[in-house]
Design a protein around this ligand. Structure first.
Ligand SMILES: Cc1cc2nc3c(=O)[nH]c(=O)nc-3n(C[C@H](O)[C@H](O)[C@H](O)COP(=O)(O)OP(=O)(O)OC[C@H]3O[C@@H](n4cnc5c(N)ncnc54)[C@H](O)[C@@H]3O)c2cc1C
Length: 249
C-alpha cells in the first residue's frame, strides 16, 4: 500500500500500512532491507508517500536511539518533571473496561478488541486508545505500556515505551500535553462509514453511519453496548487542570 500511504495509513478500516512491525520486531526482516527495497522499486523520483513511509522507519530508529541512551525508558519518565504528575489509579473495573474494549467509546473499544483478537492495532487507534487511558482516565502511561507489552505481537522494547511517553507528554519530542485525542471526532474523521467500528463491535451493527460513532444517543439500537465510562468534556478539563498544577509546581 506504499503508493497511497499518506492517506491510507490513517484509515483503520483499510489495509493501508505495511504490517511489517512484528517482523521488524523479531528481526525477521531488517529496516535496511525495507529501505533498500524501496530504492530498488523507485530508483528515482520516489512518490511523496514513499518518503512518508521511510520517515516511519526513521521514527523506529529514533525510538531505538532513545532506548539506547535511556535504558529505563519503559519505567521512567523521559521528562523527569512528570515524576510529580498526579496520575489516578483506575479501579480494577475501570482498567478492565479499557483493556477489554468496554469504555463506551467505539473507536477506543474497537481498537482494544482488535488488539485482543489479533495482537495488532492500527496506529491511529493506538494513539486514541492510549490518549483515552492517560488523559481521559488519567492513568499512568506505564499501566497502558504494560498491557500493550503483554498483548501486542509487535511489542517492542523501544517503540512501545517511546510512543506511550509521546502520548503522555512525558517523552522526547512528545505530543504537547494539551493534545487530547477526541475518540468521537477521530472516528468520524478516519472511519466515517464505521466499517472498522462495526468489524470489532457487533453490538453496533444496527446503528446508522452517524450514530455508530455516538451510540449513547441511540442506546435502544445498541443493546449490550456500555454507557461511556467517563464524560469527554469533564475528563478533558480534569486532565488539563492536573497538567496545569504540574506546570505551576
Ligand atoms: C501507544 C503506542 C504504542 C506503540 N507500540 C508499538 C510497539 O510496541 N511496537 C511497534 O513496532 N510499534 C509501536 N507503535 C508504533 C506504531 O503504531 C506501529 O509501529 C505500527 O502501527 C505498526 O504497523 P505497520 O507495520 O503496518 O506500520 P507502518 O505504518 O507500515 O510503518 C512501517 C514501520 O515503521 C515503524 N513505525 C511506524 N510508526 C512508528 C512509530 N510511531 N514509532 C516507531 N516506529 C514506527 C514500525 O517499525 C512499522 O512497522 C506504537 C504506537 C503507539 C501510539
Amino acid at each position: 500500500p506504499v503508493e497511497d500511504y499518506a492517506k491510507g495509513r490513517d484509515l483503520p478500516g483499510v489495509e493501508g500500512t505495511s504490517r511489517l512491525s512484528p517482523h521488524l520486531r523479531f528481526g525477521e526482516i531488517s529496516p535496511f532491507r525495507v529501505w533498500h527495497s524501496l530504492r530498488e522499486r523507485f530508483p528515482r523520483h520516489a512518490p511523496a508517500d514513499v518518503g512518508i513511509f521511510r520517515s516511519e522507519l526513521g521514527w523506529r530508529e529514533f525510538c531505538w536511539h532513545l532506548l539506547y541512551e535511556n535504558p529505563n525508558l519503559a519505567t521512567q519518565n523521559y521528562r523527569r518533571e512528570f515524576d510529580h504528575f498526579a496520575w489516578q489509579t483506575p479501579s480494577d473495573a475501570e482498567l478492565e473496561a479499557w483493556q477489554q474494549g468496554r469504555t463506551g467509546y467505539p473507536l477506543v473499544d474497537a481498537g482494544m478488541r482488535q488488539l485482543w483478537q489479533t495482537g495488532w492495532m492500527h496506529n491511529r487507534v493506538r494513539m486514541a486508545a492510549a490518549s483515552f487511558l492517560v488523559k481521559n482516565m488519567l492513568a499512568d502511561w506505564r499501566v497502558g505500556e504494560a498491557w500493550f507489552w503483554d498483548t501486542l505481537v509487535d511489542a517492542d522494547a523501544a517503540n512501545n515505551p517511546a510512543n506511550w511517553q509521546w502520548v503522555a507528554g512525558s517523552g522526547a519530542d512528545a505530543s504537547p500535553y494539551f493534545r487530547i485525542f477526541n475518540p468521537v471526532t477521530q472516528s468520524k474523521k478516519f472511519d466515517a462509514g464505521g466499517s472498522y467500528l462495526r468489524g470489532y463491535l457487533p453490538e453496533l451493527a444496527d446503528l446508522d453511519d452517524r450514530s455508530v460513532h455516538e451510540p449513547w444517543k441511540n442506546p435502544a439500537a445498541a443493546p449490550g453496548y456500555p454507557e461511556p465510562l467517563v464524560g469527554l468534556q469533564e475528563s478533558r478539563e480534569r486532565a488539563l487542570e492536573t497538567y496545569q498544577r504540574l506546570k505551576d509546581g
